[in-house]
Design a protein around this ligand. Structure first.
Ligand code: HEM
Length: 402
């Protein structure tokens, strides 16, 4: 190995960096992979500090995504500590392949196309309620739209929307020190109880939704166990809404700061797609996910030992100057086809087509309704509960109707 001792960096253990990690990415990318300290909060509220390899180069992140035999998605079990594990996204083959085949049926292009008019109607309804003038667009559009969509896919009634968001926020806050442990535990129990009831209802009487399909599905001649069904509900809840919410919020923030671009996209809707893809690259909703090293290997000239953990820096990879010219510039004319915002390899995001439809519908509805959008009287607030995703909790904008 040609390189010296790896850099051990503290930046990524601080929530001030999670609010805007990009300067830290460019500071450390040259030395990637670096060892990054990151807090991890266990389900009982106790906190452990983890030291993970953090990959900041596109080539490294992409390479790991394609090599699931060396880099496993199954988290190692810590004796005596029940760390929640999600089905599918935290499964390796052959189980991953079987589960993916099962769930894929809910995400076919046909199913998504059928859902589109309903998504549009919901977006228009939300904007009607948001009105004209100063508007908080996270609460008005970016949060409720994806929650409604995933709830509809899962066959969950509308009254649960608010609880849905609270539960998924809690689940994602696994590296924050700021959440009261009692509240964390209460939210987790509430969520498990709720999905337990939904699964029991679907067992008693099937319906035309994703949970019923999972309840009825068989793997190797056996029904999925209860714990797996609950895990799927949690996975879909989180994967389906935190991510798309951040995409829509980040997109509106970037456009509000670029009135000329807003005008151009409004006049030429063929620019909607490149705008969304450039947002995915430039401010990736999912910043970091993990892999667990199965056998000794090498990355960026460094030995990476079995049993260590690798953090994939999707956001950093998407600003790597080796792949994207002038990566710190937001430019909808660039070739964005290599971005890894939806991952890659066998775990490539199953919901990517749905997320793209949601973002397209949301942006078109905004463009139809508002002649201009601009920053509001107060700046937006970035979420700092976790370094896994990048987005706003609040984003006030000034929206002006045609
Ligand atoms: C902008 C929105 C989204 C982004 C940026 C995003 C990002 C990702 C990423 C990076 C992965 C790879 C995980 C890994 O490699 O470990 C993934 C997987 C996944 N996503 Fe998404 N996602 C989005 C929206 C959605 C939506 C709307 C759904 C479903 C309703 C969804 C469902 C899934 C599922 C089920 C997986 C696991 C696939 C597997 O392990 O085979 N995602 N997503």
């Amino acid at each position: 190995m040609s390189v010296g001792e790896p850099a051990v960096v503290e930046d990524f253990s601080r929530s001030v960096t999670w609010a805007d990690p990009y300067a830290a990415y460019s500071r450390w990318r040259e030395q990637s992979p670096v060892l990054a300290r990151m807090p991890f909060v266990l389900p009982d509220g106790s906190e452990i500090e983890t030291l993970n390899w953090l990959l900041l180069r596109h080539q490294e992140v992409y390479g790991v995504l394609r090599d699931h035999e060396t880099f496993s998605s199954e988290p190692p079990q810590i004796p005596g500590i029940p760390v929640p594990r999600l089905p599918l996204v935290q499964d390796d083959p052959p189980r991953h392949s079987l589960l993916r085949r099962l769930v894929s049926k809910a995400f076919t292009a046909r199913r998504i196309a059928l859902l589109e008019p309903w998504i549009r109607q919901n977006a228009e309804e939300l904007l009607e309620a948001m009105g004209d003038g100063e508007a908080e667009v996270m609460g008005g559009l970016a949060i409720p739209l994806p929650v409604r969509v995933i709830a509809r896919l899962m066959g969950i009634p509308g009254e649960e929307y608010v609880a849905f968001k609270r539960w998924s926020d809690t689940f994602l806050s696994m590296n924050t020190r700021d959440l009261d442990p009692g509240l964390r535990a209460r939210n987790a129990t509430e969520m498990a109880d709720y999905f337990g009831r939904v699964v029991a209802e679907r067992r008693a009487q099937g319906a035309e939704d994703l949970i019923s399909a999972l309840v009825e599905a068989e793997l190797d001649g056996e029904r999925l166990p209860e714990v797996e069904l609950l895990g799927f509900c949690v996975l879909l809840l989180i994967a389906g809404n935190e991510t798309t919410t951040n995409l829509i919020g980040n997109m509106l923030n970037l456009l509000a700061a670029r009135p000329e671009l807003w005008r151009r996209v409004r006049e030429d809707r063929s620019l909607v797609e490149p705008t969304i893809e450039e947002v995915l690259r430039y401010e990736s909703p999912v910043q970091i996910l993990f892999r667990f090293v199965r056998r000794n290997t090498e990355l960026g000239g460094r030995e990476i030992f079995q049993h260590t953990t690798v953090a994939l820096g999707f956001g950093a990879a998407n600003r790597d100057p080796a792949v994207f010219a002038e990566p710190e510039q937001f430019n909808i004319q660039r070739d964005w086809s290599s971005h890894v915002a939806f991952g890659g390899g066998i775990h490539y995001c199953l919901g990517a087509p749905l997320a793209r439809v949601e973002a397209t519908v949301a942006l078109n509805a905004m463009l139809d309704r508002y002649e201009t959008i601009a920053p509001g009287s107060r700046p937006g607030t970035r979420q700092i509960a976790t370094n896994l995703v990048f987005g706003f909790t609040q984003l006030p904008l000034r929206v002006v109707c045609s």
